[in-house]
Design a binder for this molecule. Sequence first.
Ligand code: GUN
Length: 167
Amino acid sequence: MSTNYSSIVNKLNLIEHPEGGFYKEEYRSKGILPQSNLTGFNGDRNYCTSIYFLLTSSNFSGFHRIKQDEIWHFYSGSSLSVHVIYPDGKYIKHTVGMDLEKGHFPQLTVPANCWFASNVETEDSYSFVGCTVAPGFDFEDFELAKRDELTQSYPQHKNIIKQLTRS
Ligand code: GUN
């Protein structure tokens, strides 16, 4: 594996994420939104959270969804392909990166409740990005896709679902 991704993992104390890749929560607001002020959440949530996220080209982040919009920010390394299946069945591969001539976006918002996954297409490389959500992240709001169920819902996307799910 090229460039010293492990120095980023070690210096920032990133840990393995269940969806694939490495992460560390860098910010969690002290402020609390009570459940009574939220729609669709089973409890109170912090106002906002953000993580560092590092993915290598030998791995992928599997399809999952959360209840919040998620804002991605590019930091360094190769560009990151973010594959989004929208609730109406539309599929778009977005690229988070800095090569604006190639249509990369330094910042990308994945809307709440979309299924999304990511990978690094440049061989022997990694992407280092940030992800911010509000209300704050809680694993209770995180759902990892099951390959068969997601394929049944979106058979037209079976190839990318097979590529970016583990079971
Ligand atoms: N905290 C732990 N996992 C995640 C994640 O996948 N996204 C965000 N935004 N925060 C997290």
